[in-house]
Design a protein around this ligand. Structure first.
Ligand code: ARG
Length: 742
């Protein structure tokens, strides 16, 4: 049965059927079927916790949920939502890079290994390589503090649409609208923060047709407690990433600390483990096919209402450009990382992030085509047009929408590639981003302000220290050369920044020779050069320095294209807003879930296998035997430690095994995306059964169009996590802290 038709809604179904000229009774039958789908939504959707009662609860109960609505989300007493944690490196209003969940009454949290990766990497050195060997704090004293790692709880959320939308007239220019929303939001946020007791965010939903306010409590002392070696936590590496069947123990463990009153506090030895409002009980029972499963967390962003025009732009401009740039960066880094352990650790986290996005974009390009997403989008747009064309009023309102969106993309298409490249050069080329920080010094020199110069020099001396600390000169230099080559090859000649004229004239278009000159002469190329320059800074250097000239040239280019890019973006967002409003008006009986936007969501579904292609069946779980089968001691991605092999051979699984097997990962139909990493996977009794950590290759198009038959969430079984902690690492104290249920 094609549930996808149902998700497009009753109205759409009707128009499709009309086109098919079906007889009346089939029409009635079909409508009845699609109605029943509408009342019983499929697994698609990332739902807002405060709307569960109205939209999802009956359905969830039918599927196997035994908790009450109050047990899920309540602001009066503790509920499941109080165990959900957003992880961030900055303000909560900027969103969360991952999710974690509280698992003990002493503030212990579980998340993914790839979410803790940066923290683990930061604590690693060639002598103490926690990425390679794992890390286990055997007592609270041994737990490691982290800079810029915040753990945020949601206190409450509220629909504030009516405090914002009525004050925005339809004729407002998009930039004025944005400013007005910001203005009103700031006022609402101020009130809700209760004199800065809380962080507050207001986020747009349905492209700005609705707004919700979120009140957060953020803890800043979050310490590393445990991490398996990468041979477990990242088993399968980039080869297996985004793919099933999977055998990765993708988890790491942290602890939230608070002051003695339980309030957020900066790191201090005096802080104590947080006594949380709620923590998850952990099920030892395991999962079976069709079991109810839900995921709570902070999905980052999806584009489920993207138009066919947006899709075409993604496929022809956005993904191919970024795939090229990222691919080149990875190539350059990998060479040096393989050759030098120190470089490997310095770049590990950055490399992992880029590799993850790079492979995701490749997958999206491929699966958007294979899963025929453009046809699905066109179908929606055609029925939208059929609908508004039936009524002159509707036509007046919605008639221009798709055309406006289309011309927005056309505008963007013309400048997107030079814009991306200049943007990338500005932030991704080390020497350029570094040189960009010297503008203040230059203007002090111009003003001949002695005090100003001194102040800048002192600040820049500090910047210089940190800038070159983890920086490998060979990676910087090679990246510079290779990316300039890509730049030259991919950006139309008349859109190249002026520095390419210098390269042509003075270096006969030899980019390697130009790079050599930059890296020997520029004051911004090496710590030595910079320090020498800072001893005696002069304006003359700024005039002649090649690194500075590059920085200026890329900035100029960015300035040239960023305005058009922003304008096009603004008109596209205005169009999208109206398009989504139209779709909702066209389907009054259908519940539309909002796109992910790094706000707390709940997704529910079941444990499920799938058929990735004709004649291929993928089971819904993997076992430790599969780890042994994949072992390849010559490939760092597939190393298996002796200890794990011994445990496998002796089948020493304790209470975590099942029928002599150790389950490693399993699949659910939950609708998730990046940001959900580390999210709790929860059974019908509200117990933790796994951690969500990935999506599957065949449904890489899923952020743009949910694939009912193919889309799966890849979870690490919580029993594998416990097995690794207990039997592999021998950290039995941690096990004692948890609430285990048979
Ligand atoms: N693809 C996962 C995600 O973005 C991250 C997996 C990390 N593991 C890896 N081998 N790179 O959610």
């Amino acid at each position: 049965m094609n549930k996808r038709i149902a998700t497009l809604g009753v109205e759409l179904t009707r128009s499709v059927i009309m086109k098919m000229r079906m007889t009346a009774w089939i029409m009635i039958l079909f409508l009845a079927v699609s109605r029943s789908f509408a009342a019983n939504p499929p697994d698609e959707g990332m739902w807002l916790p405060i709307l569960i009662e109205r939209l999802n609860y009956v359905d969830m109960q039918k599927m196997g949920l035994h908790l009450t609505v109050e047990e899920l989300y309540s602001i009066n007493h503790s509920s499941l939502k109080d165990a959900i944690v957003g992880l961030s490196g900055g303000p909560a209003s900027n969103g969360f890079f991952c999710t974690a969940e509280v698992v003990s009454d002493k503030g212990l949290i579980f998340t993914n290994h790839h979410c803790g990766f940066n923290a683990i990497d930061n604590h690693s050195s060639p002598e103490h390589d926690y990425l390679k060997n794992g890390f286990w704090a055997m007592s609270e004293k041994e737990e490691l503090s982290n800079d810029n790692l915040n753990a945020t709880f949601l206190v409450r959320m509220e629909n504030v649409t009516d405090s914002i939308i009525p004050f925005l007239s339809d004729t407002l220019k998009e930039t004025d609208r944005t400013a007005k929303v910001k203005d009103i939001s700031n006022r609402l946020k101020k009130r809700a923060s209760e004199k800065d007791k809380y962080e507050v965010a207001i986020k747009a939903f349905y492209a700005g047709n609705e707004y919700y306010l979120f009140v957060f409590k953020t803890y800043k002392d979050v310490r590393l407690v445990g991490a398996p070696p990468s041979s477990i936590g990242k088993f399968g590496g980039d080869t297996d990433n985004w793919m099933w069947p999977r055998h990765t123990g993708d988890f790491s463990i942290f602890r939230i600390y608070a002051d003695s009153a339980g309030n957020p506090a900066e790191y201090s030895q005096k802080n104590i483990p947080l006594r949380p409002q709620y923590h998850f009980p952990i099920s030892l029972k395991g999962v079976k096919k069709n079991d109810f499963a839900m995921v709570w967390g902070y999905p980052g962003s999806t584009s489920r209402y993207l138009t066919s025009y947006g899709l075409e732009y993604d496929l022809t401009v956005f993904y191919p450009t970024l795939v090229k740039i990222f691919g080149k960066e990875l190539e350059v880094m990998k060479d040096r990382m393989d050759a030098d352990k120190k470089v490997q650790l310095a770049y590990a986290s950055n490399y992992a992030n880029i590799a993850n996005t790079w492979k995701n974009f490749i997958g999206q390009e491929k699966m958007l085509v294979r899963n025929k997403v453009e046809d699905k989008k066109k179908e929606i747009e055609n029925s939208f047009a059929d609908w508004y064309n039936r009524d002159p009023e509707l036509r007046k309102k919605y008639g221009p929408v798709l055309h406006n969106i289309q011309s927005g993309y056309e505008k963007m298409n013309k400048i997107a590639i030079p814009f991306f490249y200049s943007n990338f050069a500005g932030s991704g080329l080390n020497i350029v981003s570094f040189a960009n920080q010297f503008g203040q010094l230059k203007s002090s020199l111009e003003k001949k302000s002695k005090g100003g110069i001194e102040e800048s020099v002192n600040a820049l001396k500090e910047t210089t220290k940190t800038h070159f600390k983890d920086d490998d000169l060979m990676v910087s230099k090679k990246t510079f050369a290779e990316l300039l080559k890509l730049y030259y090859k991919n950006v139309p000649k008349d859109q190249l920044p002026s520095i390419f004229q210098v390269i042509e004239k003075d270096y006969k278009n030899n980019i390697d020779a130009f790079t050599d000159a930059v890296y020997t002469k520029s004051a911004f190329a090496t710590a030595e050069n910079t320090n020498k320059f800072l001893e005696k800074p002069t304006l003359k250097v700024f005039k002649k320095d090649l690194g500075w000239q590059c920085a200026q040239s890329f900035q100029e280019s960015m300035g040239k294209y960023s305005g058009t890019f922003a304008e096009a973006r603004a008109s596209i967002s205005a169009g999208n807003r109206l398009f989504i409003a139209g779709l909702r008006q066209m389907n009054p009986g259908k519940v539309f879930y909002p796109d992910a936007n790094s706000s707390m969501r709940m997704s529910y579904g079941s444990v499920q296998d799938y058929f990735p292609a004709d004649a291929i069946h993928y089971d819904y779980f993997t076992t430790l035997k599969g780890v042994m089968d994949k072992e390849d001691s010559t490939n760092e991605e597939f190393i298996v430690e002796k200890k794990l092999k011994d445990l496998f051979q002796s089948k020493n699984y304790g209470p975590y095994g099942e029928d002599g097997k150790m389950v490693v990962c399993f699949l659910t139909t939950n609708d998730i995306t990046g940001g959900n990493s580390g999210s709790p996977v929860i059974n019908g009794n509200g117990q933790l059964i796994g951690l969500a950590f990935d999506g599957n290759w065949e449904a890489m198009s899923g952020d743009i169009s949910y694939e009912q038959k193919l889309q799966r969430t890849i979870c690490v079984d919580i029993r594998y996590v416990l097995f690794i902690i207990d039997k592999f690492a021998g950290d039995t104290n941690l096990i004692k802290e948890l609430t285990l249920v048979q």
